[in-house]
Design a protein around this ligand. Structure first.
Ligand code: ZN
Length: 100
């Protein structure tokens, strides 16, 4: 019997990556094309939305939180207890089939 494929399972970790940009927030008016300025805190965009609503009567907004995640192979030693899927704030990990 010939071996047709070999599967290797590798742990990968997904972590928030702020090396290129910190997370930022924006608000988009859904009644017109106006958008708040991007900000590192949601406070400024939310204040913009309230002022925009007061000025125009537009009442529906889309909140956008943009951040980047980087996937890397986990440095897990044999015998470490890693759930097959684990999520917590800012990172998650999974054991997935990977090319050798
Ligand atoms: Zn608007």
């Amino acid at each position: 019997m010939a071996v047709q494929s070999v599967w290797r399972f590798v742990d990968w970790v997904l972590q928030l990556d702020t090396s290129g940009s910190v997370p930022f927030f924006e608000m988009n008016c859904m009644r017109c094309d106006e958008t708040s300025k991007a900000a590192e805190s949601p406070d400024g965009p939310q204040n913009w939305a309230l002022k925009h609503a007061g000025r125009t009567g537009h009442d529906l907004f889309q909140a956008v939180n943009t951040c980047y995640f980087r996937a890397t192979r986990a440095n897990i030693k044999a015998g470490d207890d890693l759930p097959s899927y684990h999520t917590q704030a800012g990172s998650s990990s999974a054991r997935v089939a990977s090319h050798p």
